[in-house]
Write a protein that binds this ligand. Structure first.
Ligand code: ADP
Ligand code: MG
Length: 228
């Protein structure tokens, strides 16, 4: 469970970790995980029981032909230790927010952070709240904005963005289309309290899409054309 406490410029996050600190390899059916198309891991620093094995899990996922994504989220200890950098070799999409991107790249300038990270990961997506997000690949740069919404609760926006982006990525959409989906999913998420409520209410969700992203209704899927 997470509560976000916005205090002027600084945002404080209070997370009840539940089982996140304890979950370990024992609880995972890796056969099942590697049987899918894509592996997404979030909150790297909160997975204390799994963290030492994540390098191995990502490496095996790539060996098994999966695409992979990582949303580090914040490091509550503010250490940003170097072990995470080893993982980047097996990550296709890295999805930090702007503060996290700077911490990971160890620079203060956002453009430089994205550029540094893009030298290590094929697709870097930096999330910027109501300012949307930017994507940096080896050769491309894209910026996308979310629809303007009345924000009720930002909890879950980052994860919802990730889901929208990855949803298109695994359908082999162009990164700019992944970005559009990410922004719509992130924006929808903030329109209700809680991380998933806006998605659960089908009427609310459909109305939001009709108003803000009618193109989703017209062609929800990109047809896969071959291996990525
Ligand atoms: N106030 C907002 N209005 C519209 N979209 C938003 C708003 N806040 C967040 N989003 C969407 O959610 C995404 C993720 O939010 P952000 O706060 O940057 O991530 P995180 O929760 O990981 O810090 C943004 O890139 C944007 O698409
Ligand atoms: Mg986040």
């Amino acid at each position: 469970m997470t509560v976000l406490l916005p205090q002027r410029k600084q945002r404080y996050i209070l997370t009840y970790p539940g089982t996140m600190y304890e979950m370990s390899m024992r609880e995972l059916d890796l056969g099942y995980v590697f049987d899918s198309k894509h592996l997404h891991v979030s909150s790297y620093f909160l997975h204390k029981g799994l963290r030492a094995q994540l390098l191995d899990i990502f490496r095996k996922a790539k060996e098994s032909g999966l695409t992979t994504s990582l949303d580090t989220n914040d490091d509550p200890d503010n250490r940003w230790s170097g072990d995470i950098q080893l993982l980047f070799k097996y990550v296709d999409i890295l999805l930090p927010n702007e503060r996290e991107a700077c911490k990971l790249a160890q620079v203060e300038d956002l453009e430089r952070a994205a550029e540094t990270l893009a030298q290590k990961v094929p697709v870097v997506v930096v999330k910027r709240g109501s300012q949307g997000a930017m994507v940096r690949t080896g050769k491309e740069k894209h910026t996308g904005f979310p629809p303007v919404v009345d924000m009720v609760d930002p909890v879950g926006a980052g994860d919802s963005f990730d889901a929208g982006f990855v949803h298109q990525f695994i359908r082999r959409a162009k990164v700019e289309d992944c970005l559009k989906f990410g922004n719509v999913a992130g924006a929808l998420s903030v329109t209700r309290a809680g991380g998933t409520e806006a998605f659960r209410d089908a009427r609310h969700r459909e109305e939001f899409i009709r108003k803000n992203a009618p193109w989703i209704g017209a062609s929800p899927k990109t047809v896969p054309t071959g291996p990525r």
